[in-house]
Design a protein around this ligand. Structure first.
Ligand code: PEP
Length: 254
């Protein structure tokens, strides 16, 4: 299975900055033969990114979506609008949306279902906060987030699904989880997904680690049999650091 490395740009980059990045990363795509690379710009840059990446194997992802197809939902973006822009992946349930913007498990479930119904591939984020970790609740928190998200989904769609284990305390802090912690959580993700969707389906599930990943530490994560790639924030904003990260990952996973 190829690695999957996704860039989450969050609320960064104008259209011109997006085009410059995409042109440069596209020029280096031959180096990324063992990796599915996904770029997730803000909504305002999706079209520019799609145009700049066209003709390349690099995929386009969004950072969020709404679950209805159309209607009176001011400020929201519907799945068909993303499909129309050539979007193939969508991040769902990122911790910044859960903790800063009040997104709950019910909303995450509806978004996941809507994405799959429109053949958008979800990158579903789960992970515990520092306080939850200190209270020894990691397994309960990750397990609950995942069970509520996956409840009632069609197991045939699992091939489309990517789950990113992203401990909240590791995001943007420069303190990544240890490989042992990431392995424990990724194994739990696979067990729970098997419980919800069946063990046959779960063999095709892809699991990422996310949280302060860079070119120096990515190797520890992708060398694990439980981890298929990474969701990357800060280190995905500059072409050099993102490309170096992908190359290190490929080297370690070989
Ligand atoms: C993220 O936001 O998904 C993330 C992993 O950020 P960072 O790599 O900056 O920790």
């Amino acid at each position: 299975m190829k690695l999957i490395i996704a860039a989450n740009w969050k609320m960064n980059k104008t259209r011109a900055e997006t085009e410059a990045f995409c042109r440069e990363i596209k020029a280096r795509q031959e180096d990324f033969h063992d990796t599915e690379v996904v770029i997730c710009p803000p909504f305002t840059s999706l079209e520019a990114a799609g145009r700049s990446l066209s003709g390349s194997a690099i995929k386009l992802g969004a950072q969020n979506l709404f679950w209805e197809k159309a209607g009176a939902f001011t400020g929201e973006v519907a799945p068909p609008m993303l499909v129309d822009l050539g979007v193939q992946y969508v991040i769902i349930g990122h911790s910044e949306r859960r903790h800063l913007l009040g997104e709950d498990d019910a909303a995450v479930h509806k978004k996941l279902k809507a994405a799959l119904e429109h053949r958008l591939r979800p990158i579903l984020c789960v992970g515990e906060t520092r306080e939850e970790r200190e209270r020894g609740e990691t397994e309960v928190v990750v397990g609950t987030q995942l069970r509520r998200a996956l409840e009632g989904l069609d197991p045939a769609l699992i091939e489309e699904l990517v789950v990113a284990y992203e401990p909240v305390w590791a995001i943007g802090t420069g303190i990544a989880a240890t490989a042992a912690d990431a392995h424990r959580a990724a194994t739990l993700v696979r067990e729970i997904a098997a419980e919800c969707l069946g063990s046959a389906a779960v063999e095709r599930l892809r699991v990422q680690y996310g949280g302060s990943v860079n070119a120096g530490n990515i190797g520890e994560f992708v060398a694990l049999p439980s981890i298929d790639g990474a969701l990357v924030g800060g280190a995905s904003l500059a072409v050099d650091s993102f490309a170096a990260l992908i190359l290190s990952a490929q080297e370690a996973a070989r």
